[in-house]
Design a protein around this ligand. Structure first.
Ligand code: NAD
Ligand code: UDP
Length: 343
């Protein structure tokens, strides 16, 4: 018993996505803040396909309407253009709270707004969760570990964050957001889930997002210089977005309520990663070394033992296969746009 839903016919959105029809007692009302963003829109696809009612709250700071355009006229879908730093009254069963700029250029563009989004935004969502007795999941980040002195990073590591550097509006914002989650749990019995997400990539990343995967692919596809910040010896571990969506869903619907790392332990130096993208795109680009970014973490790799043991999750998509899909996506974005100059 499925209902076909026609999507807008552009090469960067899926042509048809099917939704199940769930009986009333199985259908949940699910709020996704930041649902028009990169990760949020993939999560929305999963929840919609499962047959739930989905409400997206997004202010379109970094989100794109085309990420959710294929659901706009579906009866189970609602879009509320709203800033989470303002209160909102809704009736929902679950809240996935993603709203927050995530790439360094975006979150550093207006650091005061970033800190307001993490603090006031999370307080508002926790207030909502408390009032309607909804379970709430926060998308925290590996950035709470800062420039880690422990490698790989386990959830028990407390981190090494500069409180006054250019990244602190984001890192400290997420740290206090985690603290708020457990304060509401302990004091008000709100059901909380906290995902610490490591670098994630895939289709629908904003072309001007400024993160390493989209920058390298867009540069390589256009044979423009690939920009490495510093010597490129810093490492990151890259996860494909469909794995993250499965992890968020498993965490939300499981019993474990302490923070869980969600990431793919496959670790690369930024320089090796640039060469990998160069090879996969058969690019003519040259590598350009730019000054190192301040407080850039030197290494990052998740220990995912907790996710395996507590929510039965581990990544399924290799970096290679994920990159193939992402390269295809950015090629189609380029075919539509002509040229993209990453900012
Ligand atoms: P994104 O920038 O694509 O999406 C963020 C969304 O939140 C956008 O749609 C944006 O418009 C919206 N938003 C921002 N501020 C808002 C506000 N004040 N009110 C309402 N909406 C607002 O980023 P993403 O990569 O999809 O990240 C989603 C979440 O996952 C974020 O909370 C981010 O911190 C977290 N995360 C992502 C990664 C990653 O690698 N992608 C890693 C760690 C954590
Ligand atoms: N980076 C780079 N060139 C770019 C973009 C990023 O060398 O064009 C580096 C950046 O300095 C960092 C790593 O790639 O060491 C990952 O950066 P990203 O912005 O993707 O995410 P972060 O993990 O820093 O939040």
């Amino acid at each position: 018993d499925v209902m076909a839903h026609q999507s807008l016919p552009t090469s960067t959105t899926p042509q048809i996505m099917r939704t199940k029809t769930l009986p009333d007692h199985h259908r949940k009302k699910i709020l996704v803040t930041g649902g028009a963003g990169f990760v949020g829109s993939h999560l929305v696809d999963k929840l919609m396909q499962q047959g739930h009612e989905v409400i997206v709250v997004d202010n379109f700071f970094t989100g794109q309407k085309k990420n959710i355009a294929h659901w706009l006229h579906h009866p189970n879908f609602s879009l509320v253009v709203h800033d989470v730093t303002e209160e909102i009254m809704l009736e929902v069963d679950q809240i996935y709270h993603l709203a927050c700029p995530a790439s360094p250029p975006h979150y550093q563009y207006n650091p005061v707004k970033t800190i307001k989004t993490s603090t006031m935004g999370t307080l508002n969502m926790l207030g909502l969760a408390k009032r309607v007795k909804a379970r709430i999941l926060l998308t925290s980040t590996s950035e709470i570990y800062g420039d880690p002195q422990e490698h790989p990073q386990k959830e028990s590591y407390w981190g090494n964050v500069n409180t006054v550097g250019p990244r602190s509006c984001y890192d400290e914002g997420k740290r206090v957001a985690e603290t708020m989650m457990y304060s509401y749990k302990n004091q008000n019995h709100v059901e909380v889930r906290v995902a610490r997400i490591f670098n994630t990539f895939g289709p629908r990343m904003h072309p001007n997002d400024g993160r390493v995967v989209s920058n390298f692919i867009i540069q390589a596809l256009q044979n423009k210089d690939m920009t490495i910040y510093g010597a490129g010896e810093q490492t990151r571990s890259f996860q494909y977005v469909s794995d993250l969506v499965e992890g968020l869903h498993a965490l939300m619907n499981g019993k474990y309520d302490m923070p869980v790392n969600l990431g793919n332990p496959d670790e690369y130096s930024v320089k090796d990663f640039a060469e990998y993208v160069h090879k996969m795109t058969e690019s003519q680009s040259k590598i350009e070394f730019l000054p190192k970014s301040q407080d850039d973490p030197s290494q990052r790799r998740p220990d995912i033992t907790t996710a395996k043991e507590k929510i039965g999750w581990e990544p399924q998509v290799t970096v290679e296969n994920g990159l193939k899909k992402t390269i295809e996506y950015f090629q189609s974005v380029l075919d539509e746009a002509g040229e993209i100059i990453p900012t």
